[in-house]
Ligand binder design. Structure first.
Ligand SMILES: Cc1cc2nc3c(=O)[nH]c(=O)nc-3n(C[C@H](O)[C@H](O)[C@H](O)COP(=O)(O)O)c2cc1C
Length: 410
């Protein structure tokens, strides 16, 4: 098949794929390159309806799993090589992240070669990236031992559809000659113009009630929240499968000197009829500082509703006075800065915010910070609302599993 004609196939006829054809493809695919010629992969073939049904939830019940005659789960596998070493008086050292990456690379190369060969035969294939979203479930269903990790799933069958060819970005958008050329707003506009003008994509934006196609990706299809949650699951599973050790899980480093600029979330919340706002500054994806206060203070913060993120910038005046400014990009793309966050909020909240930010800065786990804030015994009503507000905001940054363990909100 001409590569210019290739497309993902998600609907298949009832016609079975013979064992002879499948085995030939699986065997020929093994001619693909692998690290040290170790073939650091394994393929689990699923044909039975019962097993497909068990796999489906791990793939968000995408219908191809149960409808395709064959489902292949391609795994990064250092188990076999490790066993071989142990049988041959050789000491394997492959329970680490680099080995995982090598095995994952082999598995992906095998996967792509299989796709090419299967498509040559006229078969239709769909790659399911959901394999690494909830790997734990797949490991359980397929009984994968330690040092084996599911990397890719292919649903394979004889095509029962001929979908339109999908678009591609132009060559010059992804090829850089000699050195990498940073993108500019102008080049981005030109590279994405075709994609954004496609009727189907415009329709996508419209039905999802979004302003841009990019928002469909960031706000609906691949959200920060989902990515962070599934990243944690991924790390937990790497640990469980022995590819990383507890003490090698990347620890958040303590950065004592606050960087000049921190990205931040803007979180609005209601506290006993009052409107509040929190600015949560981030470092390495974790809250590093938090500033909160009343929104409708006379001198308070006036922010357009659409602003949900921005940057907190630290300024040091000539006389050494520190000041924190909040900067966001408005709808028309202009930077707007609100100077002196500290001046806008009640000094008492500010002092407590400094205290909590200090705790965050030294990376006390968020659930402990919430317990600490919640346990403060404060006299005044206003500062008690502050405490409830901070705890509520911080909860947003906890994985769901940990949220359940925390005491109820006040
Ligand atoms: C890493 C990866 C993950 C994917 N995950 C899914 C998936 O979960 N479900 C699906 O229907 N298609 C999935 N696809 C297929 C893509 O949607 C498809 O390749 C892309 O839209 C381009 O379309 P085409 O292959 O027809 O040219 C995935 C492809 C890749 C490479």
């Amino acid at each position: 098949m001409n590569i210019k004609e290739r497309r993902t196939i998600r609907k298949y006829t009832q016609q079975p794929i013979s064992d002879e054809l499948l085995n030939r493809l699986l065997e020929e695919t093994a001619r693909t390159q692998t690290m040290g010629n170790l073939q650091l992969y394994s393929v689990v073939v699923t044909k039975s309806a019962e097993m497909k049904k068990k796999l489906a939830p791990a793939h968000f019940n995408q219908p191809m799993i149960t409808e395709a005659p064959i489902v292949l789960t391609i795994c990064a596998d250092f188990r076999r090589t490790t066993d071989w070493c142990e049988c041959r008086n050789a000491a394997p050292g492959y329970n680490n992240l680099l080995s995982f990456m090598n095995a994952a690379t082999d598995a992906l190369l095998y996967t792509q070669t299989f796709c090419n060969l299967a498509e040559e035969e006229g078969l239709g294939v769909c790659f399911l990236g959901t394999t690494i979203y909830m790997p734990q479930q797949i490991i359980e269903v397929l009984g994968l031992p330690k040092l084996v990790f599911p990397i890719a799933t292919l649903t394979v069958g004889w095509p029962d559809e001929e979908p339109a060819l999908s678009d591609r970005l132009p060559l010059k958008s992804f090829v850089h000659n000699e050195t990498y050329k940073p993108y500019t707003e102008q080049s981005i506009n030109s590279f994405y113009a075709y994609k954004e003008a496609l009727e189907e994509n415009k329709h996508f934006v419209e039905i999802n009630n979004k302003e841009t196609l990019a928002q469909v990706f960031t706000d609906i299809r691949y959200t920060k929240k989902d990515n962070e949650l599934m990243s944690q699951g991924f790390l937990d599973t790497l640990l469980q499968q022995d590819f990383i050790k507890p003490d090698s899980t990347p620890m958040l480093s303590v950065v004592e000197t606050r960087p000049e600029v921190l990205e931040c979330d803007v979180v609005r919340f209601q506290n006993k009829k009052e409107k509040w706002v929190a600015f949560v500054g981030f470092l390495d994806g974790q809250p590093y500082e938090i500033f909160t206060g009343l929104m409708d203070d006379d001198e308070g913060i006036a922010l357009p509703k659409s602003v949900t993120s921005g940057r907190i910038i630290k300024h040091i005046d000539r006389d050494g006075q520190k000041r924190y400014d909040f900067q966001f990009i408005n709808k028309r793309g202009y930077k707007t800065t609100i100077e002196g966050l500290s001046e806008k909020f009640n000094p008492e909240y500010w002092d407590y915010a400094k205290l909590i930010s200090g705790v965050l800065r030294y990376r006390m786990p968020i659930d402990h910070v919430i317990r600490l804030v919640t346990s403060l015994q404060l006299e005044k009503d206003s500062i008690n609302s502050w405490k409830v507000g901070v705890a509520r905001v911080l909860r947003k940054y906890l994985p769901e599993s940990q949220q359940e363990e925390l005491p109820e909100e006040e």
